[in-house]
Design a protein around this ligand. Sequence first.
Ligand code: FAD
Length: 336
Amino acid sequence: MQVKKEGPLLHSRIIRHYCTIALLHCTSLDNLSLIGYNIPMNTHFDIIIVGAGPAGLTAAIYACRAGLKTAVLEKNMPGGQMNLAERVDNYPGFSEISGIELTGKMLEQAERLGAHVFYGAAERLTLASEPKTVVMESETLTAQAIILAMGAGAKKLGLKNEQELLGSGISYCATCDGMFFKNRDVLIAGSGKTAALDAEYLAPIVNKLYIADKGSLAHIKCDKAEKIEDAEIIRLSGNPLASVTLAYKDGKTRDITVSGLFVAVGYAPNSFIVSGQVELGEKGYIVTDEKLKTNLDGVYAAGDIRSGAMHQIVVACADGAIAATEAAKWVKKVVR
Ligand SMILES: Cc1cc2nc3c(=O)[nH]c(=O)nc-3n(C[C@H](O)[C@H](O)[C@H](O)COP(=O)(O)OP(=O)(O)OC[C@H]3O[C@@H](n4cnc5c(N)ncnc54)[C@H](O)[C@@H]3O)c2cc1C
């Protein structure tokens, strides 16, 4: 992985990434299989679960317990969005636990039951065929059933250098990265609930705080913030970020000097890799029936990626359990 010279955020994210991987695997040397050192030679599975967030890990637990040979694919680190929750106090059984610790427990349980976790992105899926195929960068896996548990992530602004500034001034998570901007000038892009929470969180930390949005910001209560309404970010300058350019509806522009930009323009499902194969509903969420089956036999969706799901860990886990139980019935009835 390439490490940029500038940008405390990127360094922190990479360090966090490897610390988490280390933390998640410190329980047993057997767990080295999880980081790809012991990939099984036979790449045909009963079930492949794409995504190792709480939905995917719970699906793996249930699939393994149902006797299925189970693969879980994860492109970043297990736990998904759960890792961003510093404190989870609404997951039954734990009055308070960090997201990363909860991830470690779920991952350990899935692996102990026999799940093979592959680190890498599912890049192409063929879902209507028998068996179904999942192509990764250096691996092609097949299975009789697939659970799509790719979750959701922060929406991007869509600006050309946005990706390269990630970790060098741009962040999609104020609670994760806010402290890196202590006493510095930052701008929040967005006007929804996340933007409001970000403003509340960042106000006591940063020096100057701006909030900008294409629409109205009247509903955002933050005395410290300078609100910039009816304005869209059109340019990001510097690397690390040094300023943003805003364009107002009347065509005028304004440059604002900031070292941080917190993007809070909503969430979107990670469903683009299956678009055109499974039915997608409003905003790209995957449509399922009440048993979490998609429009394709043997293909299920669980967690935040599913249309109508409440975006909570406990719901993602419940979805994973239902999807894996239904997938197991499919594998046993049709294939075995
Ligand atoms: C900051 C924050 C705090 C939160 N706090 C709480 C809380 O306190 N309590 C609570 O109940 N909920 C909380 N949530 C919500 C909760 O984390 C999510 O609802 C839950 O994680 C959704 O689980 P999921 O498994 O469906 O998806 P995700 O957690 O999004 O996991 C999906 C996984 O799939 C992987 N993936 C995506 N595409 C691919 C691909 N092509 N190939 C391989 N892998 C892929 C991703 O990398 C990710 O690891 C919080 C969310 C955030 C962002």
